[in-house]
Design a protein around this ligand. Structure first.
Ligand code: SER
Length: 615
């Protein structure tokens, strides 16, 4: 099945269920200052989910262009994309009352039944029912177990002779969606998964940790709104908001376990193979680099088409980062000439019919201008890095987590940033495979000092973005200390930090632990952090000998990197850890609630969590 057939089938199916088709909105939100990009089909519909009347009635269907950047470090696997299309259908409000033009809304039972019909009926997608699993919300203090969704699935699974064990009951972390921004409509959801592994070996039950179960559709039952103080309030109306990722479903339909091998990516990959003389799939590093180039340039094309220009702040900064990261990965693949034009042209040809805006001339102009600006910098910067940080260390795969990392001289790293305009994240990427790392706290301090000294720093090209996120990053850094202490308290003393990456939006944190955390354990760690936040404890630091720090029981996973004198950060009874800072002065400065949003395996014996402060 082609992408176009899939798009048409989806719209036709829901038109047949009396939905009105609405066109995709621009990627740039119109009235939502809390969001940089549209990240879901429901986002532009928020006013209608909250109760306003939509001129086309209660039942809508659309295909919406989306950009998601929080997961950017997951790009490179087989299923995560920065740009994607979301197929979605909605019921706005009352299941029992007509909208005045002949269409009543609907709720859980209908939404689920239609999803199943569309996925399985040979008239529509005809997916293999035996490879399906679903999950529903298990219930917690904010909302009850979703019995109606569960029972609906139970009936469907029984009719289809599928085991009930393929219906998982999972917590909020898995089965709750929204709000799209910091506040707004949200609710429990039910998710549908397709087994992309060997069809003869479909497991009896769904397992969140197994990447061969790919989420293909999400039905959200939006009955709540999240308020600024973090509490949930029941909405006056019961909405349905569904979202199905076009790229993933297209792969599943064509029996492919890698969405980069579908028509929406493959011509781009072929072009990259051509330009680089390397083969997709020949090594993990090459595959990942090719995916990143394809993903990032595609997203860049759509952003420029909707009016974003590369710059140092907000949307422009994200666009700049995407193009530069693509250029960097292209360079690693051995492509020396300006190549983004070539890739952008392929993206244009793939999407010209469905989204004519991508054919605008400015797409090519802006992308190639940004590449040229960066290419000089890149080559010089890489040479400097090679000279400054000679290896002599083991070269790891890009995706491998170093068991131990050593801090480099921050001044040196800052020099590369300042003189060569090399973004910190790229310096980190370069250093990681040498088992080296920049201490981001120290780096931030230098950055601040430098900013005070010179407001016109010529090479501080990323400072807008850094400055904007600096405060949030510091809060998250302190939260990361509290979390590590919480993990050690809840799971045991075998837990040590194995890697960490913090930006203004989230903490990504790897630690040693052999098995999946339970829901209760996650909750207990969150409680440890939130208790510390509420207790408003001063964060104190003291310099001491390494031996003394150890005696005091300070945590520090990377002792090899420390000199004799270390700084120990003390947060009351909540944490004691060796670190370079910076941290908030008092835990009360962390404004919001700490939440672990994801927990999964990272490599053997190492777990990875993501966490955020929800405001
Ligand atoms: N809002 C939900 C999602 O993005 C369903 O559309 O997954």
């Amino acid at each position: 099945m082609t992408a176009d057939e899939l798009r048409k089938k989806y719209l036709n199916f829901f038109e047949g269920k009396e939905h009105a088709v609405i066109p995709s909105f621009s990627l740039i939100p119109e009235n939502d200052p809390t969001a940089l990009f549209i990240n879901s089909g429901m986002q532009p519909l928020v006013p209608y989910l909250m109760g306003e009347k939509h001129p086309k009635g209660r039942r809508l269907v659309s295909i919406q262009k989306c950009i998601r950047t929080v997961d950017i470090d997951e790009v490179g696997d087989a299923t995560h994309h920065t740009f994607f299309e979301m197929l979605g259908n909605w019921s706005l409000g009352d299941p029992f009352e007509s909208d005045g033009i002949g269409r009543a809304g609907y709720f859980k039972r209908e939404a689920i039944k239609w999803s199943w019909e569309f996925l399985i009926d040979p008239k529509w997608l005809g997916l293999d029912r035996n490879r399906m699993a679903v999950s529903v919300f298990a219930g917690d203090k904010d909302a009850p177990f979703d019995e109606e969704a569960y029972d609906t699935w139970k009936d469907i699974f029984k009719d289809n002779e599928l085991p009930e064990t393929r219906i998982a009951k999972l917590p909020k972390e898995n089965n709750w969606w929204g709000p799209a921004g910091e506040t707004g409509p949200c609710g429990s959801d039910t998710e549908m998964f397709y087994w992309v592994g060997d069809p003869k070996e479909v497991p009896k039950s769904f397992n969140d940790d197994n990447d061969l179960w790919v989420e293909i559709w999400n039905n959200v039952f939006m009955q709540y709104t999240k308020k600024a103080d973090g509490t949930f309030e029941k909405l006056a109306q019961q909405n349905v908001d569904t979202g199905m990722g076009l790229e993933r479903v297209l792969a599943a339909l064509n029996g492919i376990d890698d969405s980069y091998k579908t028509e929406l990516f493959w011509p781009i990959i072929e072009k990259i193979e051509d330009l680089s003389g390397k083969k997709y799939g020949s090594s993990e590093i090459i595959t990942k680099a090719m995916r990143v180039v394809a993903d990032h340039i595609k997203a860049a094309v759509f952003m420029v088409a909707d009016g974003v220009e590369p710059s140092n702040t907000e949307r422009g900064y994200i666009l700049r980062r995407l193009i530069r990261r693509a250029v960097r990965q292209g360079h690693m693949l051995g492509i020396k000439e300006n190549f983004t034009i070539e890739i952008a042209k392929i993206v244009q040809s793939i999407y010209a019919e469905a989204y004519s805006e991508v054919t605008d001339n400015k797409v090519i102009e802006e992308t190639s201008k940004e590449e040229k600006r960066f290419r000089n910098t890149l080559e010089k910067g890489l040479k400097v890095i090679e000279k400054m940080f000679p290896t002599g260390f083991k070269i790891l795969r890009k995706d491998e987590i170093p068991p131990r990392t050593t801090d480099v001289d921050t001044e040196k790293a800052f020099y590369v940033f300042q003189t060569h305009g090399f973004p910190l994240e790229m310096i980190q990427e370069e250093l990681q495979c040498r088992e080296l790392t920049v201490n981001e706290g120290e780096f931030d301090k230098l950055f601040k000092k430098h900013q005070e000294l010179s407001r016109t720093a010529s090479a501080g090209m990323f400072k807008g973005g850094l400055a904007d996120t600096k405060e949030k990053t510091t809060q998250l850094h302190t939260a990361a200390h509290l979390m590590l202490a919480g993990l050690r308290k809840v799971l045991g003393g075998h837990v040590h930090q194995r890697g960490s990456n913090i930006n203004g939006e989230r903490i990504r944190f790897d630690f040693s632990h052999p098995e999946k955390m339970t829901e209760d354990q996650i909750k207990a760690v969150e409680d440890h952090v939130n208790e510390a936040i509420q207790a408003k404890v001063d964060v104190e630091s003291k310099e001491m000998d390494l031996s003394e720090a150890k005696e005091q029981g300070a945590e520090g996973a990377f002792d090899s990197k420390y000199g004799d004198k270390v700084k120990v950060y003390d947060i009351g009874d909540y944490s004691k850890e060796i670190c370079g800072g910076p941290h908030v002065k008092n835990t009360g400065d962390i404004k919001g609630t700490f939440k672990i949003t994801k927990e999964k395996s990272s490599s053997a014996g190492v777990r990875r969590v993501k966490a955020q402060i929800k405001y």
